[in-house]
Unconditional design. Structure first.
Length: 239
């Protein structure tokens, strides 16, 4: 199987038009563009965005989007009011993925405050000046982050570490406490060394990923069926 390549904006547009015009199937287009496993699903996702919002929906983003509190609430409430599916709302508001909208909905339903999001790419991309940290330093950084409402970006800036480091440490701390902050690089347990609980956790993560993939495919298949029904209807009208 060939290497998966980055697809240009022009090629995405042509892919959508070829599929909608019946020139090629999603599978054929995916093979042509060398999209690899699940490529037909990618083509269908592009097509849905193209049909809903036009070519602009496939334009590459030059920077991360900013979302105000009001913007998030409007999107969530419109979905909860039944004014469209997750994909519909994401396309209308130009939200890059339904996982983002799902997170906002979960917070909203849990009565948690939705906050303004202003990206700081320099925090995400920076290489930490501090190559090494001690156990005590990691604990201090994690506690600071938690005490400040899990503000990973600000914590990274304060302690001159990377965003990914702070996020990873906090997640490990919440799962395993201080033991999760022990530096275990190069000491990953073999399957035979895992406890039954650890084996179940690992298996659960694999199953959860597969379930999410199947759910996404089911939604896309429904969209495809709707497109095919409309296409058949148009052909019958033309006869």
């Amino acid at each position: 199987m060939g290497r998966k390549l980055k697809v240009s904006y022009e090629d995405k547009i042509k892919a959508c038009e070829d599929y909608l015009n019946g020139t090629a199937s999603a599978r054929e287009i995916a093979k042509r563009l060398n999209l690899g496993t699940g490529g037909n699903t990618t083509v269908l996702r592009w097509t849905y965005k193209y049909r809903s919002c036009g070519p602009k929906a496939l334009m590459p983003k030059l920077k991360n989007s900013s979302y105000t509190k009001e913007f998030k609430i409007n999107a969530v409430e419109e979905y909860l009011a039944g004014n469209g599916s997750l994909d519909d709302i994401c396309n209308k508001y130009q939200i890059p993925g339904d996982h983002t909208l799902r997170k906002w909905i979960a917070k909203y339903n849990d009565l948690k405050e939705l906050e303004d999001y202003i990206p700081r790419p320099e925090v995400y991309k920076k290489m930490a000046h501090r190559k090494k940290t001690t156990q005590e330093e990691r604990e201090e950084i994690v506690k600071y982050c938690i005490d400040h409402n899990k503000d990973y970006k600000n914590t990274a800036a304060v302690y001159d570490v990377s965003y990914s480091q702070v996020y990873g440490w906090v997640q490990k701390y919440l799962e395993k406490g201080s033991d999760g902050l022990t530096d275990k690089r190069g000491k990953r347990k073999e399957e035979s060394e895992l406890t039954e609980v650890e084996k179940l956790r690992r298996q659960n993560k694999i199953l959860e990923a597969k379930i999410r993939e199947l759910e996404m495919e089911a939604v896309l298949l429904k969209k495809v069926e709707e497109i095919e029904r409309r296409r058949s209807f148009q052909k019958r009208k033309m006869k």
